[in-house]
Ligand binder design. Sequence first.
Ligand SMILES: [Zn+2]
Length: 87
Amino acid sequence: MIRFFIIAGLAYLCYRVLKPIAGQHGFGKVSSSERGTGKIDDVMIKDPYCEAYFPKRNGVHYRHNGEDLYFCSEKCRAGFIERKKQS
Ligand SMILES: [Zn+2]
């Protein structure tokens, strides 16, 4: 019975030592997933023309060969269309 208490005590100590580490990992996961859901509306995407990153919601939409493309400005969209015409 004494051995049981020693094992229980050791297990409790391990739990106390490991819990903050596990807790930190858990918190990391939670905050990153929260950031992920918050980003759905405000995701950063790359302008295929000037290769700058900008929030998708500010993008200029253009549908090209059934593909949704977003540009940082109408100027870039016009430039992209122009380049596609040439090639
Ligand atoms: Zn651009």
